[in-house]
Write a protein that binds this ligand. Structure first.
Ligand SMILES: N[C@H](CCC[C@H](N)C(=O)O)C(=O)O
Length: 275
């Protein structure tokens, strides 16, 4: 199986465009491929598939084999993959994902993609399916209690669930201990990605992330979008904000005019191989 190893700000993926549909045993394949000792090593396995209506389709599988509804960094990697490999020559690509068709705007230098702006869609703010809250209720600064204490969670879905927690000092949280406690808390029936955020200015934040199905990653695109939405909901950030992640920066805009979130950032091809 031919693959291309890529990353978006250090959130790394094995990209495979060999299948016409999702093959049997994809969960086991994702776990095998993503294993950093016995496999290639990655946060996720990304399939690029043909699609009738859109230009392409993408499916994303976490390192633990579970499928995610959405993945911002992987979308930017697929945009670079299809353009740099000549599968399209258009600076705008329509990509079908499990949350619907996403519009990608490609920026190139010397015929290769350097940056991508992704329409990440509208945030889902009602707390449907989250127990103990009314279906129409927003979850803003909701106290979630875990072994490490109480944390004020603002729940924002970008198609995949995010628990955003603002802290005065990121150094006060043990990400690898508290992250999984919140990821698996019963308040989140589909589990959740967990973002700890320190506000530097109203258009500038720093974020560390514990991802559902992966653990700590150097960046989370959908998480950065959720953080800016949560920041606006809690009055901490403006609608256009730079999010500093361990792997680099993303520019996020929650556009008032259409209620959609736009994410702009890079993607990189690291190497090719056979598995
Ligand atoms: N672990 C995530 C999927 C990857 C999201 C992240 N890598 C991004 O860039 O959005 C989940 O289970 O929802």
């Amino acid at each position: 199986m031919k693959f291309t190893k890529m990353h978006g700000l250090g959130n790394d993926f094995v990209v495979v465009a060999e299948f016409s549909s999702v093959p049997e045993g994809i969960s086991e394949l994702a776990q095998q491929v993503c294993d950093r000792h016995f496999g290639i090593g990655a946060d996720g396995l990304v399939l690029v598939l043909p699609h009738e209506q859109a230009d392409f389709a993408m499916r994303i599988f976490n390192a633990d084999g579970t499928e995610a509804e959405q993945c911002g960094n992987a979308v930017r990697c697929v945009a670079k993959y299809v353009y740099d490999k000549g599968l399209t020559d258009r600076p705008e690509v329509l990509l079908e994902t499990r949350i619907g068709i996403q519009r990608l705007q490609l920026f190139t230098e010397a015929g290769q993609v350097t940056q991508v702006t992704v329409d990440m869609g509208e945030p889902i703010l009602t707390a449907e399916k989250i127990p103990t809250t009314a279906a129409s209720e927003r979850v803003v600064n909701h106290q979630v209690t875990v072994a490490d204490g109480e944390f004020p969670v603002t729940a924002v879905s970008m198609g995949n669930p995010h628990a955003v927690i603002f802290l005065s000092d990121l150094a006060t949280v043990n990400l690898h201990q508290t992250g999984p406690q919140i990821e698996t808390h019963p308040f989140f029936p589909r589990k959740t990605n967990v973002e700890f955020v320190q506000v530097n200015a109203d258009d500038d934040v720093t974020m560390h992330v514990w991802e559902r199905g992966c653990g700590e990653t150097l960046a989370c695109g959908s998480g950065a979008c959720a953080v800016v939405v949560a920041g606006v909901l809690t009055g901490k950030t403006s609608r256009e904000t730079t999010v500093h992640l361990k792997g680099g920066d993303l520019r996020i805009e929650w556009r008032e005019a259409d209620n959609r979130v736009y994410m702009t950032g890079p993607s990189v091809i690291v190497f090719e191989g056979d598995f």
